[in-house]
Design a protein around this ligand. Structure first.
Ligand code: KIV
Ligand code: NA
Length: 272
């Protein structure tokens, strides 16, 4: 993956053309977005989107590595960033380095992402100083759902100053970019203006330096719920279900397989 964009390339896009990103969890989806996205994120949202978990808390290192390897095989241009799952980095810098180094070694990712602001700054500094580019994630941090008390908008009112302090802390610690999730648009614009690394918005503002969405949300494959910040660019879920229903009906009617899908006893050249 020598020609791929790296963390420094993404960092250098601050204030320029908006940075485009989506999540991916599989090789075919990664292939579809490689030429369109600047970075591709293997989010721990994989637990909810593909594994049916009700939060991201049950996602493991093994799941992230397996999906990270799959996505890596589908990318040649986009920068590959992989989420550190809940419990794999919060204990302290040494635990974070051990798991992040394993993630990089086993997937070939360009960077890892972890949730947290001021409280994670020491860990971010430790990783970056030892060769691991870090993308931070502040605002709504789903791994803290049990202490946040719900998937609420973050940083409204007085909490805005704390969110700005979090963004500044991760920048100062050496993060190359920071995701702002579900924060007021004006606050996202203020953070974008006041820090020197790219802000990547999700439920934030078009003024951010870039945007990210969960791909299954935006193509309409994941329909269990739809956050307000998701725009459905396609409705593939119903299309897939229609195809499945039609197949089921044809099997029951014995109209599938048709002659063109079956093989004769002997017919040279028709073995495919
Ligand atoms: O897990 C994820 O998909 C994410 C993005 C939504 C930023 O963290
Ligand atoms: Na995530």
């Amino acid at each position: 993956r020598k020609t791929a964009l790296n963390a420094q390339d993404i960092r250098a896009m601050k204030g320029g053309q908006p940075i485009v990103s989506l999540t991916a969890y599989t090789t075919p989806m990664a292939r579809l977005m490689d030429s369109h996205c600047d970075f591709v994120l293997v989010g721990d949202s994989v637990g909810m989107v593909l594994h049916g978990l009700t939060s991201t808390l049950g996602v493991t290192m093994e799941m992230m590595i397996l999906h990270g390897q799959a996505v890596a095989r589908g990318l040649s241009r986009a920068c590959l960033v992989i989420d550190m799952p809940f419990g794999s980095y919060e204990e302290g810098p040494a635990q974070a380095f051990r798991n992040a180094a394993r993630m990089m070694a086993e997937t070939g990712c360009a960077a890892v992402k972890l949730e947290g602001g001021v409280e994670m700054a020491e860990t971010i500094r430790f990783l970056v100083a030892r060769g691991i580019p870090v993308m931070a994630h502040v605002g709504l941090t789903p791994q803290s759902i049990n202490t946040l008390g719900g998937y609420k908008v973050q940083g409204r009112g007085e909490a805005g100053d704390q969110l700005l302090a979090d963004a500044k802390a991760v920048e100062e610690a050496g993060a190359f970019a920071v995701v702002l999730e579900k924060v007021p648009a004006a606050l996202a614009d203020r953070v974008t203006e006041e820090i020197g690394i790219p802000t990547i918005g999700i439920g934030a503002s078009a003024g951010c330096d870039g945007q990210v969405l969960v791909v299954d949300d935006m193509v309409g494959f994941f329909t269990a719920f739809k956050p307000k910040f998701v725009k459905r660019y396609a409705e593939l879920g119903p299309i897939a279900e229609e195809a499945i229903a039609e197949y089921a009906a044809e099997v029951r009617a014995r109209t599938f397989p048709a002659p063109e899908h079956t093989f004769a006893e002997t017919a040279p050249g028709s073995s495919k």
